[in-house]
Design a protein around this ligand. Structure first.
Ligand code: COA
Length: 219
């Protein structure tokens, strides 16, 4: 298999569409979110809009024999991302829901209710963005996993961050993402914080206690 890491190109619609397709096909602990969420556009917008439409300059794609196998959505400045998300993205999503632009099914509403109730209960780990200002999201299609591409894209992103003078990076995962923790550990990340989640979108997949986990690494 020919393996290659390329920069995400915001002017290439195929790159944007692949990111949106992959997040939907892997968005439930590495498996498709389809049994739990129907609205493709809303799901992709919630998770990727910042990286594709607001600041698309720090993303990478992994290619396997010319096909897009996975992505790394990067952000060197989490505070800027949080601010745009609160000021522009959440209101745009809400307007889309209220206006009926996103047509929601009962499944979608249940997922949103679970996400919102976790937020209201404060089930969110605050990250030390002063020490670890960058973050990332990474997902690969199942057929391309365990071929070394995830490590390759992470190493390239971390080199890129060092080039920007960024001192540390963090990421969020959960105990339901079974491949993720050994993967991040091998790349030198350590667990910064764990928080038990009382009710989450992962509950049907993961009946035992579920933990949100933040991992960090100094660069
Ligand atoms: C997690 C993920 C990005 C890793 O990418 P990858 O290309 O599969 O990882 P690599 O092939 O580079 O693996 C590197 C090392 O990570 C560890 N690892 C990766 N997948 C693992 C798994 N399923 N179980 C145990 N260890 C694993 C191993 O130590 C592996 O080294 P080895 O193959 O020499 O033993 C990818 O599997 C994935 O997209 N998973 C589903 C979605 C997900 O969990 N995303 C992260 C959300 S926070």
């Amino acid at each position: 298999m020919k393996k290659e890491i390329v920069r995400y190109d915001p002017s290439n619609p195929a790159h944007r569409e692949a990111v949106r397709r992959i997040v939907y096909d892997t968005g439930f602990g590495g498996e498709t979110v389809a049994p739990y969420f129907d609205n493709f556009d809303l799901f992709a917008d919630m998770l990727t809009l910042y990286y594709t439409d607001y600041d698309a300059s720090h993303n990478f794609l992994a290619m396997a024999d010319g096909e897009i196998a996975g992505y790394l959505l990067g952000c060197p400045d989490t505070a800027a991302c949080d601010s745009v998300t609160k000021r522009e993205i959440y209101p745009a999503l809400l307007r889309g829901i209220i206006s009926g632009r996103y047509k929601l099914t009962p499944k979608d509403l249940l997922y949103i209710r679970r996400s919102l109730s976790a937020m209201i209960r404060g089930e969110h780990i605050a990250t030390p963005t002063d020490v670890y200002p960058a973050h990332l999201h990474i997902d690969f299609l199942p057929q391309y996993r365990r071929a070394g591409l995830g490590s390759k894209i992470m190493l390239e992103y971390m080199d890129y961050l060092r080039g920007l003078g960024v001192k540390g990076v963090h990421l969020g995962t959960s105990s339901a993402h079974r491949s993720a923790l050994p993967f991040y550990a091998k790349l030198g990340f350590s667990v910064y914080s764990r928080l038990r989640m009382s009710e989450t979108v992962f509950a049907p997949l993961h009946p035992q206690d579920l933990y949100g986990i933040v991992c960090v690494k100094l660069l």
